[in-house]
Write a protein that binds this ligand. Structure first.
Ligand SMILES: [Zn+2]
Length: 385
């Protein structure tokens, strides 16, 4: 039985051009960067939402993107036939000597013609669920057999080709990716290694208020899945990183924190609280006083979303409330206009903002009408919490 099922999207120029590829030399692993959105949502997004949106945009503002297979906790869906091109790995992330960075020579000049793209969905906290990882192992083992590929050399990250931070969990933790490939290889021999070694999935049941804007005061402080230096690493927090600390969560010197990166992805885990500065509420484990590092302006006010309903009106609805909606959407990668100044965050609820809302709604299973209301507000808030 196959580890994935085929459910192809219709041919269209933006996501499934219908062009035959030149064979499959590598598998390229990605993450979806849409916290909490399962595979089926991506089928809908690339099959319907994105093409529909592109139709209304000028050529240069259109988005060309897709991948072959999307994997989540419960299923894997192949949305583009494996002998066709998907737009997943040929973006320009870094220019070296005037040329787009192409770290995988075998995939030059255009990785999309020589590879299959496998996307792993992420959990609400930005990590891969162990079941998602296990299913991705099955998918990759099956594809490696099909195309006579060697997991160690022939499974690569999007990062390896263009330096895009993708899949983020395995760019911050390269060992997690190496271990993944090892397990794929074992699966090809029929050996299933359960309990993946790198499966940062924090379970935390404490409740309590977060202190905002606590600052990391040590280089490379490690965010971990448990209150122990031997537990899995979620990611590295550089000196000066702003995190939120949960009051009362410190036990044996380990406290629970929340970290949101510049892309709006949120991670949770435990840190040694000796290395985070804060006010006196952190005394239990702290030893240093805050000095030079200044917390950034608070995230909370930036993302406090307006109540009520917002939609395209004539004349357009404008103001601070609209700006807050746009800013929150942008933090989740749903930009009003990615190529415009300030990502099109202009305080006016026009067609582009409605489109961003629509894309967001589609990805998260809401009625995709482009109208911001209580349900959309609640979903955005849940993701940015
Ligand atoms: Zn990618």
């Amino acid at each position: 039985m196959s580890a994935y099922r085929n459910q192809y999207i219709d041919i269209n120029k933006w996501t499934r051009p219908g062009i035959k590829n030149n064979g499959v030399k590598k598998l390229v692993v990605h993450y979806t960067a849409n916290p909490g959105a399962p595979a089926a949502n991506h089928y809908r997004y690339f099959g319907q939402t994105l093409p529909a949106q592109n139709r209304n945009l000028s050529e240069k503002k259109q988005t060309f993107a897709s991948a072959h297979i999307f994997v989540d906790r419960t299923e894997a869906i192949c949305i583009i036939p494996l002998n066709e091109v998907a737009y997943h790995a040929n973006d320009v992330q870094q220019i070296v000597n005037g040329q787009p960075y192409r770290g995988v020579a075998a995939l030059k000049p255009n990785a999309n013609f020589l590879s299959v793209g496998v996307e792993l969905c992420i959990e609400k906290n930005g990590t891969f669920h162990p079941d998602t990882i296990a299913r991705a192992e099955q998918v990759c083992a099956e594809l490696c057999k099909m195309y006579k590929l060697d997991p160690t050399n022939d499974i690569v990250r999007h990062y390896d080709i263009t330096h895009k931070i993708c899949p983020a969990p395995w760019v911050t933790n390269s060992k997690g990716f190496a271990d993944f490939k090892t397990r794929v290889e074992k699966r090809m021999d029929g050996v299933v290694v359960t309990a993946p070694v790198s499966n940062p999935d924090v379970t935390h049941t404490d409740t309590g208020r977060f202190i905002k804007n606590t600052v990391v005061s040590s280089d490379g402080l490690v965010l971990r899945t448990q209150r122990s230096a031997s537990s899995s690493m979620v990611l590295n927090l550089p000196n000066g990183t702003v995190v939120k600390y949960q009051l009362g969560s410190t036990v044996n010197g380990w406290g629970y924190v929340e970290y949101t990166n510049s892309k709006g992805q949120t991670f949770h885990g435990y840190v040694n609280v000796s290395y985070i500065k804060s006010d006196n509420e952190l005394k239990s484990g702290g030893k240093k006083k805050a000095t030079s590092s200044k917390p950034k302006s608070t995230q909370k006010s930036k993302f406090s979303l307006p109540a009520g309903t917002f939609k395209v009106t004539s004349p357009l609805t404008r103001g601070e409330a609209v700006k807050r909606i746009q800013t929150a959407l942008a933090a989740l990668h749903y930009y009003p206009d990615k190529s415009a100044k300030n990502f099109g965050i202009d305080g006016a609820y026009g067609a582009k903002t409605a489109n961003a809302v629509k894309r967001f709604q589609s990805m998260y299973g809401l009625t995709a009408d482009g109208i911001y209301g209580p349900k959309t507000k609640a979903k955005i808030e849940a993701l940015l919490k």
